[in-house]
Design a protein around this ligand. Structure first.
Ligand code: ZN
Length: 294
């Protein structure tokens, strides 16, 4: 069991806000606390690729990674820790009327093995210039959909698998396509037959939907609030449109092999703004938390 949560050095130690260490925090999961609780709780350590949910006194101003984090009325905040993050992360908390606090979170390194993928259509590995321009344009549209910082706390729901199946590709693994080195895998792949319904792992709003992007094929983005979003790639069918409010478990489309894919599977990626996080850790967090706190 990982050593518990943490915390922090306040400027005025004696009178500082009650800072809590709680015993059994799985990665990224704040301990369940009572509503209107004024404590500050963050995990002491998190693996690379985590979604971190913390608890601060409601009304606090919280800064992390150059951003001011949106705080729910309950006092929840969320941020993502990238694949290549390392060292100690620092969260600055200014409670209303209290002394400033700082939470320090240690990033636990992970192993990211290399995956060799053969049989990818060569034109998707080395696209000609006109295609490269198209890819860039499409990426810009997707990136633009990820700058939102909506108030909805859908990210706090316990996430569910969007499809059931074997994990055929893991987050972060170094990819080598047809012998050529690519970047770290940006999400997790779940093998499933073409046409298998893809269900929203948590509630959200559709912020992007396009049937045929060059690399990612049928592509849907689902925004879970506070900068957290899911993307579903290679879809054979899309059942939603931009602006749709989606409930957890609602069908957004169907598994396919469109774009750069060697066979039917769902690629499920997650982001905190432009930071990619590992959906599998988010699922494990949901499992560990049981009934998570909203
Ligand atoms: Zn993938």
């Amino acid at each position: 069991m990982r050593a518990a949560a943490l915390l922090l050095a306040a400027a005025a130690p004696a009178a500082s806000a009650q800072v809590v260490a709680s015993g059994t925090i799985p990665d990224g999961t704040a301990a369940p606390v009572q509503a209107a609780d004024a404590r500050t709780v963050f995990p002491a350590s998190v693996p690379q690729g985590s979604m971190v949910i913390g608890k601060v006194p409601p009304g606090s101003v919280v800064r992390y990674g150059g951003r001011t984090l949106r705080v729910t009325p309950y006092g929840s905040v969320v941020f993502g820790v990238g694949r290549d993050a390392s060292g100690t992360l620092s969260v600055e908390i200014q409670p209303p009327g209290g002394a400033p606090q700082r939470a320090a979170i240690t990033v636990t390194p992970r192993d990211f093995p290399t995956e060799y993928i053969q049989g990818v259509p060569p034109k998707t590995v080395n696209p000609p210039p006109e295609i490269a321009a198209r890819i860039e344009r499409e990426q810009a549209q997707v990136t633009a959909a990820r700058v939102r910082d909506d108030e909805r706390p859908d990210f706090a729901q316990p996430f569910q698998w969007p499809v059931q199946g074997r994990i055929s590709g893991r987050f972060g693994n170094q990819r080598v396509y047809n012998g050529q080195k690519g970047s770290g895998h940006s999400g997790m792949d779940i093998a499933a037959p073409t046409g298998t319904p893809v269900k929203a792992p948590a509630a959200g709003v559709i912020t992007f939907a396009a049937p045929d992007l060059y690399l990612t094929g049928g592509t849907v983005l689902l925004d879970h609030g506070h900068g957290v979003s899911s993307n579903f790639l290679h879809l054979s069918r899309i059942d939603v449109k931009v602006g749709d409010r989606i409930a957890q478990g609602q069908i957004v489309g169907a598994v396919g092999a469109t774009g750069r894919a060697t066979g039917p599977h769902l690629h499920w990626g997650m982001n905190w703004f432009d930071v990619r996080i590992d959906p599998l850790l988010v699922l494990e967090r949901a499992q560990a938390a049981g009934k998570a706190t909203p």
